[in-house]
Ligand binder design. Structure first.
Ligand code: OAA
Ligand code: MG
Length: 206
């Protein structure tokens, strides 16, 4: 079963960071570098509620907000479409009222100042002034691709200044354990560097 992400685990994920989690779980799950946070100080960790929409339409994003449960992260395949803000401050307020933890969208958003002021974590491919239509069919809760990475409902998404990484829904414990171990090793490297060692030797690069 998918374990909930309680506050202690959230804090550990935040400390470890997206890049260390990606490395430790075998260099898989990273969204491409075009998916970045609107506010670099944002941190996001939660279970994915997946959404698929056609480029330039956001009707099913509104459906997804209505279906979301507290703690969900909306992860949206908007087909990489950059020329419309499929998400804005109205949807942000609706999402916050539903307890949604944040948004990852392979597409555009708008109303950035208000979204950042609300402290709602948003990771996206583009910012666009233009709006979408609201009349095309999409899907909530299926497998999608976001930032070049498959995402299933219940997978865990972790986002910080480096980008977004996806952890398989039933692998949270393993991912955390592996990342803590990697961090422990890197702490040893850091200590050796402070004592004058070289990365060439510490990493066996000679
Ligand atoms: O047109 C939309 O639904 C997106 C938007 O600007 C908002 O949510 O504020
Ligand atoms: Mg708006």
């Amino acid at each position: 079963m998918n374990e909930p992400i309680d506050e202690p685990r959230r804090a550990i994920l935040r400390r470890l960071g997206a890049a260390t989690i990606y490395e430790a779980q075998g260099q898989v799950g990273a969204m491409d570098s075009g998916i970045k946070s609107l506010d670099p100080s944002s941190f996001l960790a939660g279970r994915a509620l997946t959404v698929d929409v056609p480029p330039g339409d956001n009707l099913f994003i509104h459906h997804a907000v209505a279906a979301a449960r507290p703690g969900d992260v909306l992860v949206i395949d908007a087909k990489g479409y950059r020329e419309a803000g499929a998400w804005g401050d109205v949807l942000t307020l609706a999402a916050r009222c539903a307890g949604v933890a944040g948004l990852v969208i392979d597409g555009g958003v708008r109303d950035v100042d208000s979204i950042v002021a609300m402290g709602f974590p948003v990771f996206c491919r583009a910012v666009s002034i233009k709006g979408t239509t609201k009349n095309q069919a999409g899907e909530v809760g299926g497998q999608i691709s976001c930032g070049g990475t498959p995402v299933r409902p219940g997978d865990i998404v972790v986002g910080d200044r480096d980008g977004v990484v996806v952890i398989l829904g039933d692998r949270l414990t393993e991912a955390i354990d592996a990342a803590v171990e990697r961090e422990r090793k890197e702490d040893g490297i850091r200590a050796a560097l402070e004592s004058g060692a070289l990365t060439l030797d510490l990493l066996g690069l000679r």
